[in-house]
Design a protein around this ligand. Structure first.
Ligand code: UT7
Length: 319
């Protein structure tokens, strides 16, 4: 049987750091409130000249280097993003051209903060089919572009960035299981309810969220889907070395780990210095812990995302 395995990770954060104090200078908020309610101390914000494909390019190059792969080795590119450079072509096609990976399949996945888990699960299935051997899977976002910078309830939460993995065909797993879920009846809880039509923006181009409902829903489904992914692999809670959750709010991370019965020392936390980078948050967190020597070869990872749609999912893998 063909398996798929993560062969290298990479990430990129734009250099500009925005601290909580920058918000409190012009909005009714404070560093203390933001830290206490979210755990966020700072986030990175992309320069106006940078699109998601530019961030994805830097993350992708780092992942290729870590995997010892060349752009021409890649036969599948999947970019998870809700902030693409254009309506079309896809960010994955733009990334392909920038990387110089010719002729391979390239497409975007739109599952908001679950996007990376969706993309990784899709790439795993493509590789297991035998038709693809080496995939570049990227989460890349410039959420700063879809925020109302005067809405204190949302603008303090998000940041920009990109993370990537190279997923290769392998004799041994690798990815043991993945579970993907969605429920479109909850679309109003978290959305950017606008579109472009006839040269005009119809609806709103800004992120809207019922924060406390999202919070409760996230903890509930992350617990359920994490257990499902482990059960599908014949594994239990004790078989998790690292819980790599979508980094939305440190209180969501803590509550989910507690509900799953996973001790805090196994919980990956980067939301404090990245903010919520949507589809980029899991591969960004993964790369940071790998490069710090904390996640090592052979460690078992439970990766889980939840976000707009609503969408959620989990991937259980040996690194
Ligand atoms: O990737 C998935 C995307 N989203 C998320 O994961 C977000 C999930 N939700 C959350 O992280 C939390 O719900 C928030 C951080 C958004 C809010 O925390 P909360 O503990 O759920 O607070 P709340 O929504 O119940 O609001 C409490 C109060 C409200 O004031 P009133 O109505 O009680 O007077 C808000 O207006 O906090 C107020 N508030 C703020 N105060 C100071 C909201 N944002 C701010 C702010 N500074 N930035």
């Amino acid at each position: 049987m063909i398996h798929s395995r993560i062969a290298g990770t990479g990430s990129y954060l734009p250099p500009r750091i925005v601290t909580n104090d920058e918000f409190s200078e012009r909005l009714e908020t404070s560093d203390a409130w933001i830290r206490e309610r979210t755990g966020i101390a700072q986030r990175h914000i992309a320069d106006e000249s940078q699109g998601s494909s530019d961030l994805a390019l830097e993350a992708g190059k780092a992942a290729l280097q870590a995997a010892g792969a060349r752009p021409e080795d890649i036969d599948l590119i999947i970019v998870a993003t809700s902030t693409p450079d254009f309506i079309f072509p896809s960010t994955a096609c733009l990334l392909q051209a920038k990387l110089g990976s010719k002729d391979c399949a390239a497409f975007d996945v739109q599952a908001v903060c679950s996007g990376f888990v969706y993309a990784l699960s899709i790439a795993d299935k493509f590789i297991k089919s035998g038709q693809h051997k080496c995939a570049l899977v990227v989460g890349a976002e410039v959420f700063s572009r879809i925020l109302d910078w005067n809405d204190r309830g949302t603008c303090v939460l998000f940041g920009d960035g990109a993370g990537a993995v190279v997923l290769r065909a392998s004799d041994a797993p690798g990815i043991h299981s993945s579970v993907l879920r969605a429920d479109g009846r909850h679309s109003g809880m978290l959305s950017v309810p606008g579109n472009v039509s006839g040269g005009k923006i119809i609806g709103s181009p800004f992120l809207q969220m019922v924060g406390n409902q999202v919070f409760k829903f996230a903890v509930k489904v992350l617990d359920e889907v994490g257990r499902e992914a482990l059960a599908a692999a014949g594994a239990g809670i004790g078989d998790v070395d690292w819980l790599v959750l979508h980094q939305a709010n440190v209180r969501i991370l803590d509550a989910t780990a507690r509900k799953l019965g996973i001790p805090p020392e196994k919980l990956v936390v980067t939301v404090d210095h990245h903010g919520n980078t949507s589809a980029a948050s899991i591969p960004l967190a993964l790369d940071e812990y790998v490069r710090a020597g904390r996640i090592k070869a052979g460690h078992r990872l439970l990766m889980e995302g939840v976000g707009g749609g609503f969408t959620w999912g989990a991937v259980y893998a040996t690194f």
